[in-house]
Design a binder for this molecule. Structure first.
Ligand code: SAM
Length: 297
């Protein structure tokens, strides 16, 4: 062996690199295109399992079980666990891993296409379920669509505990009106109360991603945080305001279909909002008032 090769090997060992088989982790070759960064840190796994609110009365829907790091510990706490995985090659190993656990169902499906309401109704029909908890170490490339699908279209979910890229978590966890927020901040806070479960630095995964992560828990509100005449229109205003966040609200919203500067200026005045303010400075209640007044114009 050449000395070059030898020093490369020693370097890997020094870094504490996981010994790699030709098949990667646990016999599985992680697929980047599916966001496969598997959790290998027991502390983070414990924090998610203990922090997600699952108990013997809970239906847990796990998104992207992967090689099952969370699946078995979740199934031990939950009344029933439905794990939804897109990668067909992981389905059989997951069924083997959970063999003998009669409260587990492994579902081969894209979470964005799954009829979540139908699944919840079916399991509630069969088992004594009193809460529904969604849990997952999300594939980062579809974090926002998954969260928005769960918040906007699914019914009967009590909480969502999910791992995501730290920057996205910071944006979601910001209070509406704080600079760190974005359009998604308003959507999430409208439907849910947000709390942080744990940090998950990149070393907690195999393979290690290029970014750090964080786990947030979203507890779904019984009623939305603010009253609005038309939530869709309020979110349209929020998205338009944030799509041009450097512009004043007056200028950004005037470009919306069906409005003009005069209408927006009057709606801002009726809502008690200075027309030079930008979207990122408004509270959720201010956006609700503005949207109501703009529709009435
Ligand atoms: N839960 C495992 C863990 O923590 O080690 C794996 C997490 S990995 C970040 C994301 C998982 O989501 C992968 O197993 C991937 O195959 C799966 N996935 C990707 N897109 C998906 C989709 N649209 N629907 C369901 N699962 C998906």
């Amino acid at each position: 062996m050449s000395s070059g090769k030898q020093s490369k090997k020693l370097k890997n060992k020094k870094r504490g690199g996981r010994p790699k088989t030709p098949y990667g982790y646990g016999g599985v070759r992680p697929q980047k295109s599916l966001g496969q960064n598997f959790l290998v840190d027991e502390g983070v796994i414990d924090a998610i399992v203990c922090g997600c609110g699952a108990d013997e009365g809970a239906l847990v829907i796990e998104i992207g079980p992967g090689t099952g790091a969370l699946t078995l510990p979740l199934s031990e706490r939950a009344g029933f666990l439905a794990a939804v995985e897109l990668d067909e090659s992981l389905i059989e190993p997951l069924r083997v891993k959970t063999f003998g656990s009669d409260n587990v169902r492994i579902i081969h499906e894209d979470i964005l296409k799954l009829d979540i309401d139908g699944l919840i109704a079916e399991i509630k029909d069969l088992y004594d379920i009193n809460s529904v908890r969604v849990v997952g170490n999300l594939p980062y490339y579809i974090t926002t669509p998954i969260i928005m699908k769960l918040l906007e279209t699914a019914h009967g979910i009590d909480s969502i505990t999910v791992m995501m890229q730290k920057e996205v978590a910071d944006r979601i966890a910001a209070e509406p009106g704080e600079r760190a927020g974005g359009a998604i901040t308003y959507s999430v806070h409208y439907y849910a109360e947000v709390s942080k479960v744990t940090d998950a630095p990149r070393e907690c995964f195999y393979p290690a991603p290029k970014v750090d992560s964080e786990v947030l828990r979203l507890d779904i509100r019984k009623e939305p945080a603010v009253k609005t005449d038309n939530a869709d229109f309020m979110f349209k205003c929020i998205k338009t305001g944030f799509s041009q966040r450097r512009k004043t609200l007056l200028n950004a919203l005037s470009a919306m279909e069906g409005t003009d500067k005069k209408k927006v200026s009057e709606a801002l005045a009726a809502s008690g909002i200075d027309e030079n303010r930008r979207a990122e400075t408004l509270s959720l209640a201010e956006f609700a008032a503005l949207a109501n007044n703009l529709r009435e114009e």
